[in-house]
Design a protein around this ligand. Structure first.
Ligand code: ATP
Ligand code: MG
Length: 243
């Protein structure tokens, strides 16, 4: 079976700096895969390459058997960013509608027309992210954690089979983070997830597999139990790397 996502020999340089050094990574369909590693390891850069915001200098990116290297593939994947990226002037509900219609329009132009179905899905998503009471307010008025919840809703609004989330619980308190994680778990039930996360409790509670990126290299990939036991990973942590 094709993997949901496969990276082969990915190299990325910024000037003379090799930010990614021969990265291989495989995310199976239906798998929740966490990407962890110290600040500056290259995690967000990897997401930029997968989501077509930047080109790798070498290597291929394949999603479900299709080469997507350097192409933004809206139907294949949906992504959230490390920093909040909602439309501040639009209402909370319209942010979700835009995400749904934007993804659908690349396929069928007639889906641009807002439909009752879109509204029903948006409403259900609003409930799930705990923002139903704020539906008509401009997103700018939301607190930071609420904006992050909306970010999550935007990424989950499409039916893309592959979801990339960059630090979805950053800046949230315990209760907010645990609600966000429950939502991520529920809405990725039948999809593939690649998530960057610094909170180890969240990582170990969510992921089926974990890859550890250190200075642009994947130093280990395995189940949570395997990663916990891995000597190289322990050394990278004990060696003073900041998580
Ligand atoms: N556009 C760019 N131009 C030059 N250097 C960049 C660019 N984007 C990222 N870098 C550098 O690449 C390295 C990896 O950055 P990246 O943001 O991918 O790390 P990260 O693993 O996501 O870190 P964090 O956990 O802090 O978010 C860093 O040294 C960063 O300064
Ligand atoms: Mg990052």
């Amino acid at each position: 079976m094709n993997a949901a996502l496969e990276l082969r020999g990915i190299e990325k340089r910024f000037g003379a700096t090799r930010v990614l050094r021969g990265v291989d990574l495989r995310v199976e369909k239906g798998e929740r895969h966490a990407l962890i590693g110290p600040n500056g390891a290259g995690k967000s850069t990897l997401f930029d390459l997968v989501s077509g915001r930047a080109w790798p200098d070498e290597g291929r990116i394949v999603a479900d058997g299709t080469d997507i290297t350097g192409q933004p593939p809206p139907r294949v994947l949906a992504r959230s960013f490390q920093t909040t990226s909602v439309f501040a002037a639009l209402s909370v509900l319209d942010n979700l509608r835009c995400a749904m219609l934007g993804a659908a329009s690349s396929r069928y132009i007639d889906r641009w027309l807002p439909s009752r179905k879109t509204d029903e899905r948006a409403q259900a998503l609003l409930d799930a992210i705990g923002l139903a009471a704020r539906a008509d307010e401009p997103a700018a008025r939301l607190a930071y954690a609420e904006q992050r919840a909306l970010d999550l809703g935007i990424a989950l609004a499409t039916d893309a089979p592959l979801i990339l989330l960059d630090e979805p619980t950053a800046g949230m308190n315990r209760a907010e983070a645990s609600r966000a994680l429950a939502l991520i778990r529920a809405t990725t039930e039948s999809r593939a997830l690649l998530v960057i996360e610094h909170d180890m409790d969240a990582v170990f509670g969510l992921a089926d597999h974990i890859s550890v990126l250190v200075q642009g290299r994947v130093i280990a990939t395995g189940t949570p139990a395997e990663i916990r036991e891995n000597r190289d990973v322990q050394e990278a942590y004990l060696g003073g790397a900041a998580w």
